[in-house]
Design a protein around this ligand. Structure first.
Ligand SMILES: Nc1ncnc2c1ncn2[C@@H]1O[C@H](COP(=O)(O)OP(=O)(O)OP(=O)(O)O)[C@@H](O)[C@H]1O
Ligand SMILES: [Mg+2]
Length: 305
């Protein structure tokens, strides 16, 4: 049995008029990257903050490294926290911020090494207010690492980052996983979860609607994979003659598949008839494709990110 570092059982959190988290259960194993996914307002941050001990729960059981985060006074020293919308004292620099956290948490982390890891060395002495959004986010991540935590809570660590900075954070997360850290990651970037997470839970309106490895979730919910063929009218005629349904999309012919096996049949059929197609690809639905269907529409804010 894998060692559980986080257990959540029938967790409920109600604010005055809404139930933000409505009876969710999951656990996270040691060394695992676990990703909570869901549209705006699904209850991810509420869940994460209850696990961090920052918010109180209404009911249910929660254990983090065997302790109740609401009661523990020592847990905070073993956790790394990057809050959503991280911010810091405006005129202090990343180096000062790291040294401050290091002192407060009585930590032994090497400030220079952490700055290097998140690619912030050249901004070490720039005041917080003069850092770009992505650099501020990287500082938040750096601060969460100062006490060499056993568990990291990363609430949207890459939101608003440019693609290169995002990949940098991904590589930091992979390095941390390689060092045996357990990581709870929330993100609106489904490809990020697909790439980094061992397991994901999809939340919607305070409930977990499915969980498993990204591949399991895609397997369970995918509806239609497509065969995309780059080909001309002759290919189209052959497809029609063979009774295959397809759509023309620019230079491509898109065929909805009932099974992956059907793709080989179609390609064989076309080869045998000497069709002039240039190439073909198989497009499986991604985690994002099935996610969008599962939770209805993604909120507009996400789309704007
Ligand atoms: N302090 C609070 N008081 C009242 N309602 C709150 C509070 N914090 C969150 N909520 C509500 O709880 C619900 C869940 O919010 P939460 O921040 O957990 O969502 P989220 O999944 O993290 O969303 P996002 O993707 O936008 O960060 C929302 O409807 C939100 O309005
Ligand atoms: Mg949130």
């Amino acid at each position: 049995m894998p060692e559980k570092v986080i257990s959540v059982n029938e967790l409920v959190k109600s604010y005055s008029d809404i139930t933000a988290v409505n009876g969710i259960s999951f656990s996270i194993n040691k060394g695992e990257v676990f990703s909570l996914l869901g549209p705006n307002g699904a209850g991810k941050t509420t869940t994460v903050e209850i696990l961090e001990g920052v918010r109180n729960r209404t009911s249910g059981d929660v254990a983090v490294l065997g302790e109740d985060p609401e009661m523990s006074k020592t847990l905070i020293f073993k956790l790394g926290i990057l809050p959503q919308d991280f911010s810091f004292i405006y005129n202090s620099t990343p180096r000062e911020a790291l040294n401050f956290y290091k002192g407060t948490l009585k930590a032994s982390g090497d400030v220079g090494e952490i700055l290097e890891m998140v690619e912030l060395t050249d901004k070490a002495t720039t005041p917080f207010q003069k850092l770009s959004g992505g650099q501020k986010q990287k500082l938040g991540l750096a601060l969460s690492l100062v006490n060499d935590p056993e568990i990291l809570f990363l609430d949207e660590p890459t939101s608003g980052l440019d693609p290169r900075a995002r990949r940098n954070i991904w590589s930091v997360i992979k390095t941390l996983k390689g060092r045996g850290k357990s990581i709870l990651l929330t993100t609106h970037y489904l490809e990020e979860a697909e790439l980094l997470a061992d397991r994901v839970a999809i939340m919607n309106k305070g409930k977990i609607v499915d969980s498993g490895t990204p591949m399991e979730i895609v397997e369970r919910h995918h509806e239609e994979d497509n065969l995309i063929i780059r080909g001309d009218g002759q290919v189209e005629s052959l497809m029609a003659a063979g009774g295959y349904k397809f759509q023309r999309e620019g230079a491509y012919i898109k065929v909805g598949l009932k099974s992956i096996r059907e793709a080989t049949e179609i390609i064989n059929y076309l080869y045998e008839r000497k069709a002039n197609f240039e190439d073909f690809t198989l497009k499986r639905e991604s985690l994002e494709d099935v996610f969008v269907r599962m939770v209805g529409e993604i909120g507009e804010e996400d789309e704007a990110e």
